[in-house]
Ligand binder design. Structure first.
Ligand SMILES: Cc1cc2nc3c(=O)[nH]c(=O)nc-3n(C[C@H](O)[C@H](O)[C@H](O)COP(=O)(O)OP(=O)(O)OC[C@H]3O[C@@H](n4cnc5c(N)ncnc54)[C@H](O)[C@@H]3O)c2cc1C
Length: 352
């Protein structure tokens, strides 16, 4: 999309074409309001993720967007559950609650792009939001596209930027400075391993990571990684984990196909959600929604819808959108915080 087609003003600008941004856009555009969805990367974009669509995510996806297209599925297309391994090598299965098929196993690039294309928004990719300012009753959002600054106005701004949010940092630098960060890293290899590919495997041994380490299979690629507190060295954990998989689960690695990493924040486990102010709302991970052991698509979709509904209500009645979104999101916040307490009980230690 060329910037000459960008309108001077939109009802809503949403920053970030992940599930939270697309869900917010769907809720708003379905009510007839204009939405501009901007994404800094070229779509479809890679997202570090295990790509498991848990039952709540699946229900929301099917209700608002329809059936996930075949092109988004990987092999194996459905997973039976999570297999959690303790430090003594014992495993416990946590079957996915599904309609019997199992949980969809997808490439996030394809799933997210499909959501975005069906979100009713005008989409501009390779466009990074770098700031905003109040301009009369509107907001002016500063973006950079192809090294060219583009300013667009809107009545509401939604940050759906994922864990690192430019908008959150600009709205409240002090809040931002007091957050602890974690680091997630994963490798994709061609090779072989005797762990059951129909399960997502989580390893709670703290020698493999501060949070946990994981293994799963996507399109015959072995995907394994770990999460640590920022400040600790990833290699010391990852090397031990890799050696363990080689020795105990007969993992043999051939060619590395990809490595990926990201930064996350401990907002989710410390009950420090940041939902925005007045006409600026935050959804999904940028607001702090990430459930235990890193499941976050469900809360991204649900908070995107809640924020979208709050904006529509504000258009209709003049009610403060941030305050109605905050009320509506209480249940989701409680769910996220409680889930991390459960994770700590399962791991027998603090996880993030
Ligand atoms: C290793 C790992 C495995 C995971 N596995 C699972 C799983 O199996 N199932 C599950 O449910 N969850 C999983 N998650 C969590 C899940 O990936 C996230 O919670 C979810 O993607 C959050 O969605 P979101 O829409 O909030 O943000 P994102 O999906 O991160 O989307 C944010 C988008 O905003 C864009 N963006 C950011 N800043 C700007 C800017 N300034 N301007 C323009 N665009 C911008 C980004 O490029 C990105 O496309 C996993 C996470 C990790 C790290």
């Amino acid at each position: 999309m060329n910037e000459q087609y960008i309108n001077p003003i939109y009802d809503v600008i949403i920053v970030g074409a992940g599930p939270s941004g697309s869900a917010a856009s769907k809720a708003i555009s379905d009510k007839g309001h204009s939405v501009l969805l901007i994404e800094k990367k070229k779509l479809p974009r890679y997202k570090i993720c295990s790509g498991i669509i848990f039952i709540k995510s699946l229900e929301i996806t099917e209700k608002y967007f329809g059936t996930i297209p075949d092109a988004a599925f990987v092999s194996p297309p459905y997973l039976k559950g999570v297999r959690l391994w303790d430090s003594d090598g014992k495993s416990t299965d946590w079957p996915f609650k599904t309609d019997g098929k199992g949980a969809p196993n997808v490439w996030r690039s394809e799933y997210d792009n499909w959501l975005a294309q069906n979100s009713g928004a005008q989409i501009v990719d390779q466009c990074r939001a770098v700031g905003f300012k109040q301009s009369g009753d509107n907001l002016e959002v500063r973006c950079i596209r192809n090294n060219i600054p583009v300013n667009v106005k809107c009545r509401f701004l939604i940050s759906a930027e994922g864990s690192s949010s430019t908008i959150r940092a600009k709205l409240d630098p002090e809040f931002e400075n007091n957050l602890d960060k974690f680091f997630a890293y994963q490798n994709y290899y061609e090779g072989h391993c005797n762990l059951d590919p129909l399960y997502y495997h989580g390893f709670l041994d703290e020698n493999f990571g501060d949070i946990y380490a994981w293994f799963n299979v996507k399109d015959n690629l072995l995907v394994f990684g770990t999460g640590i507190k920022v400040g600790n060295k990833i290699t010391q954990y990852l090397e031990k984990f890799q050696l363990f998989l080689e020795e105990k689960h007969d993992m043999k690695l051939n060619k590395m196909v990809r490595k990926a990493s990201c930064i996350g924040y401990n907002m989710c486990s410390t009950n420090r959600f940041y939902l925005g102010k007045d006409n600026i709302l935050l959804v999904g991970e940028s607001a702090g929604f990430l459930n235990m052991f890193g499941e976050g698509i469900s809360s991204a979709l649900s908070t995107g819808l809640l924020a979208g509904n709050a904006v529509c209500e504000s258009f209709r009645t003049g009610k403060n959108a941030a305050s109605s979104y905050n009320d509506a999101a209480q249940k989701e916040m409680k769910y996220t915080s409680t889930s991390w307490k459960l994770a700590e009980r399962m791991a027998g230690r603090k996880v993030i």
